[in-house]
Unconditional design. Structure first.
Length: 149
């Protein structure tokens, strides 16, 4: 797979969109936990399956799925952070409402540098987990292909 700019844009746009949706869902009490788990684990299989469905990508090697999964995981978490952090801080500071009280207190008292480092660290963690789930997606797709033959 030759990664070109169009494919990078498609992966990034899909990932940021799903990350932003997860960020909005994370603002809802009790739904936020499931939204974060989905974001951390299942963004890569979702993005890979959409790109395969529309023939934008063909996974030829394990490396392709790992790179796609890592890119999807990192950009999805950045999209999540851009939505979740400001809304959580604004809701907590002005309305005194929070889906998770502990996270709201921590985010509202942190400075910009701490929030940036936390977002990048969690983005790398999301990239690592999604690289693994992208790897699993590749093997499950290969298993499905071999079962059909």
């Amino acid at each position: 797979m030759n990664i070109d700019l169009i494919l990078l844009k498609q992966i990034s746009i899909l990932s940021i969109f799903f990350g932003a949706v997860c960020g909005l869902l994370a603002l809802i009490p009790y739904v936020g936990t499931f939204s974060l788990i989905f974001l951390m684990c299942f963004i890569a299989p979702l993005v890979i399956s959409i790109l395969i469905k529309y023939s934008c990508i063909s996974l030829e090697a394990v490396k392709d799925s790992i790179i796609t999964g890592a890119l999807a995981g990192f950009t999805a978490y950045i999209g999540f952070s851009v939505i979740f952090i400001p809304f959580t801080v604004v809701f907590y500071k002005f309305l005194n409402v929070a889906a998770n009280q502990g996270i709201a207190i921590a985010l509202s008292n942190a400075n910009f540098f701490i929030l940036l480092v936390l977002s990048i660290f969690m983005g790398v963690l999301s990239a690592t987990v999604n690289a693994f789930t992208g790897f699993l997606t590749f093997y499950l797709l290969e298993l499905a292909k071999s079962m059909r033959k």
